[in-house]
Design a protein around this ligand. Structure first.
Ligand SMILES: Cc1cc2nc3c(=O)[nH]c(=O)nc-3n(C[C@H](O)[C@H](O)[C@H](O)COP(=O)(O)O)c2cc1C
Length: 157
């Protein structure tokens, strides 16, 4: 039985970090794309039941961290459990931007974003975000991809 078509697609792996009224969180996100040739807009799909979407809806403030393949431990820590009942930033190298929003200092870098609007998108909601700035922190690292996670058996495929 061949794989269904969409299983052939690969994705880069990111973490959305966010803050709302002093509450902060981080998750793992693959469904994200640039939608503007001038690098001014990104669209990110957030799962409706998660804690991250709750905070992003509340503040509209987020950073999108492009993860590196030397950060495999983040999949379980950020992407397979909820921040509702634990502080994911414990033992997680991070710093705060000028808005107080966290970013991950060992990622390749991050895009500082603000939500412009959002739209229903199945079990996810699609957030269309204004890019405020892009910051490269670790230029020599390699981007983590979904196919890398499958090869390392960190996720099922
Ligand atoms: C490889 C991978 C890709 C994921 N992609 C997305 C995604 O694109 N959007 C999303 O909202 N959640 C995605 N998730 C799921 C969230 O990261 C996960 O549900 C997380 O535990 C949510 O935590 P929270 O409740 O603290 O927000 C992904 C998880 C993994 C492991």
């Amino acid at each position: 039985m061949p794989r269904r078509l969409l299983k052939y697609k690969d994705y880069d792996v990111h973490s959305v970090t966010t803050i709302a009224n002093g509450k902060r969180n981080a998750n793992i996100v693959t469904w994200l794309t640039q939608t503007d040739m001038g690098n001014k807009v990104l669209a990110v799909a957030l799962y409706k039941v998660d804690y991250t979407i709750e905070l992003v809806r509340e503040s509209g403030i987020l950073n999108i961290n492009l993860l590196a393949d030397d950060q495999p431990g983040l999949i379980r820590k950020l992407g397979q459990q909820s921040g509702r009942d634990k502080d994911k930033f414990k033992n997680l190298p991070h710093a705060l931007d000028e808005r107080g929003c966290p970013y991950l200092t060992e990622a390749i870098g991050y895009v500082q974003c603000r939500v412009m609007h959002s739209t229903d998108a199945g079990d996810h909601e699609l957030f269309i975000c204004d890019v405020i700035k892009q910051v490269v922190l670790n230029p020599d690292k390699t981007v983590m991809t979904n196919s890398f996670l499958k090869a390392k058996k960190l996720i099922r495929g």
